[in-house]
Design a protein around this ligand. Sequence first.
Ligand code: CA
Length: 227
Amino acid sequence: MQIRLLVVEDEQPIREMLKMVLSYQNMIIIEAETGNAALEILKTEPVDLMLLDWMLPDISGIEIAKRIKSNSNLSKIPVIMLTAKGEEDDKIRGLECGADDYVTKPFSPKELTARIKAVLRRVNPSKDDKEISFENIRLDPKSHAVTVSDQNVKLGPLEFKLLHFFLTHQNKVYSREQLLDNVWGTNVFVEERTVDVHIRRLRKAISVNGADQFIKTIRGAGYIFAS
Ligand code: CA
């Protein structure tokens, strides 16, 4: 599964460096220059991990970490604090506010990558990277590849997550709200009809040999994935 990593850092050279280093790690990098920009992104985009700079021009990294960890929709997102401060006290403060790890600048790309992987393993030890198949659909979480009847299908990140969710949760009706909770993870800010938009896109994308028929609309209830 491709990791969606939100980098919150006001210094552009550091963002560029992180992007370069982490793009080799099968990660999608989402950038935010300020705390407010990061909070906006979290309202609408799925994020698997955050690299959070301590010193930001608007809201401090500590404050953002606190807000994330006290928000039930976001609290599961692992946070790695990034900072120039190397004091032991700061480290403790950082971890007390809910951060999952702490990396001091300047850091080596190798160290940072190792810390990211360790946090992801800790947070999600059972993340299954095995290929999933159902009828004529195949989804490979590792390479992010989807094929229908052996034809490559290009999906947006949310459509990919939706399909992954359906493939791993078959034969059960999910309401739009439940889909938002499970796929977007930030249900409060996204309208329920957003689900319909992405379902429509997903159906269209996989409509090879009738694979779109597996996603069924249950009037007044939601959606079910079944053959
Ligand atoms: Ca900074």
